[in-house]
Design a protein around this ligand. Structure first.
Ligand SMILES: O=C(O)C1=C[C@@H](OP(=O)(O)O)[C@@H](O)[C@H](O)C1
Ligand SMILES: C=C(OP(=O)(O)O)C(=O)O
Length: 442
């Protein structure tokens, strides 16, 4: 049987982090295979506004770190576009700089939560004024650049707030202890990605967990369940250093559309460039598809998923929110309902993704229930043939995931197909290789 082969684009999350660590490092760093997308352009421009210099040569980004963290009196303009990661991570990083910053974005970015991060950064002496709504972009931040020795952060709406503080912490003059406030931790694997890239750039974070009254250092790679009161992070003053080329691995979130197409479509799909041992939480797509009955195999060329009969599943996706739209759409091809929980924070993404996915799957004839923290998909027979116009809500993940419906033999047309340039500008070219017709085999 013919197999469709796709190379995954570079990881968005790792690309952001590698550029930030390189920009904060004292020497030149070379980052290979940085994702080329709108969001990464925003991070690069923001870091350039802070003084870093970038030169691209043969898929390798040469980064000259910022020469000083005392910026001139002029307000530094930080346009973050629609990138939550750029916005939150740079908001933390600017606390390591003395200066005044205007941060503004586009689309939904002016409505996405910032309050917990703003309250935390105030503990480090950063003051904020808001041009429109209290607690949201556009904002002006005035930073003394001194950081502080303790800080508490609530990450029940976004893990990016903690990643932001971690990235800035080694620039403090004294050791920093970061503790967690709030009642829950979402999207934990993204924190692990932050720790991974910091470590790759020579910065050690002492992650401690509490048993009884005792704090003990642990290997953060082994942490699965994390509760706010029982974890803290200690960071000594350290330099970011990279003395060999850093290579960005492939993106599991963006691989998910193709892996799922292998399961629900008519031909196997092999994805190259993703690592089986990746720390990316969205690696869970393979486990979820397997649990639903998808057959897959790893070989030297990558991971192949085969056309399979799927059955519905129940899954907590609080640690891998970005692949919820993929799983929800794949679930329409299954027998029996699929229940996805733990993802109330999906309402704060580029769109309200619970609402967006449910409304468009319903237009496609599916029965979808919206829960406080998730979705239930009751699959209904797919109608092949006729064309369907769907809304993408200017959200790349909505457009890419709903495209899976084409595997039922129905052409989908989106109002804003260009939105994929946020994370995956080549998506439509690669998607054109997927045959549009569903043949479930046993
Ligand atoms: O830190 C990161 O790179 C990201 C963290 C996640 O956000 P939340 O922590 O807000 O869920 C994820 O949705 C986003 O695409 C990327
Ligand atoms: C939520 C996402 O990204 P960000 O938060 O960086 O805008 C995403 O890529 O799905």
């Amino acid at each position: 049987m013919q197999t469709i082969s796709i190379t995954a684009p570079a990881s968005k999350s790792l690309s952001h982090r590698a550029l930030i660590c390189a920009a904060l490092s004292t020497s030149e760093a070379v980052v290979e295979n940085v994702l080329a997308s709108d969001d990464l352009a925003r991070t690069r421009e923001g870091l350039a506004a802070l003084g870093a210099r970038f030169r691209l040569s043969h898929n390798a980004m040469h980064v000259q770190g910022v020469p000083t963290r005392h910026l001139p009196d002029d307000t530094v303009d930080l346009f973050v576009g629609e990138s939550g990661t750029t916005c939150r991570l740079l908001a933390g990083v600017l606390a390591a700089f003395a200066g005044t910053f205007r941060m503004h974005g586009a689309g939904r970015m002016h409505d996405r939560p910032m309050t917990a991060l703003i309250q935390a950064l105030s503990q480090w002496g950063v003051s904020f004024t808001f041009e429109d709504k209290q607690g949201f972009l556009p904002l002006i931040a005035r930073s003394p650049g001194t950081l502080g020795d303790t800080i508490a952060i609530d990450i029940s709406e976004s893990s990016q707030f903690l990643s932001a503080l971690l990235l800035a912490a080694p620039c403090a003059p004294t050791s920093v202890t970061i503790s967690l406030a709030g009642t829950k931790v979402v999207s934990w694997p993204y924190v692990a990605l932050t720790l991974q890239v910091m470590e790759d750039f020579g910065v050690h974070v002492d992650v401690q967990t509490k048993t009884g009254n005792l704090w003990e250092s642990v290997d953060w790679r082994s942490l699965r369940a994390v509760s706010p009161e029982s974890v803290r992070f200690r960071v000594k003053p350290q330099q970011y250093v990279m003395d060999q080329n850093y290579h960005v691995e492939g993106d599991w979130s963006n691989a998910s559309y193709f892996l799922a197409a292998g399961a629900v479509g008519s031909l196997p799909v092999r994805v190259h460039g993703i690592r089986p041992d990746s720390m990316q939480g969205d690696r869970a797509i393979l486990d979820i598809l397997q649990t639903m009955g998808a057959a897959s195999v790893w070989d030297a060329h990558g991971c192949t998923v085969f056309p399979s009969r799927l059955t519905g599943t129940r899954v907590d996706m609080s640690f891998c929110p970005d692949i919820v739209p993929t799983v929800a759409t794949a679930a329409c091809f299954a027998t029996g309902p699929t229940e996805i929980r733990g993802v109330a924070h999906l309402r704060f993404k580029e769109s309200d993704r619970l609402q967006a996915v449910a409304s468009q799957l319903r237009l496609a004839g599916q029965d979808v229930t919206i829960l406080d923290d998730g979705l239930i998909i009751h699959p209904r027979p797919m109608q092949a043939g006729d064309m369907l116009s769907l809304a993408s809500f200017s959200d790349h993940r909505i457009a890419m995931s709903l495209s899976l419906l084409e595997c039922s033999g129905r052409r989908i047309v989106f109002d804003d197909p260009e939105c994929v340039s946020k994370s995956f500008p080549d998506f439509w070219d690669l998607w054109a290789r997927i045959p549009k017709g569903h043949v479930a085999s046993s």
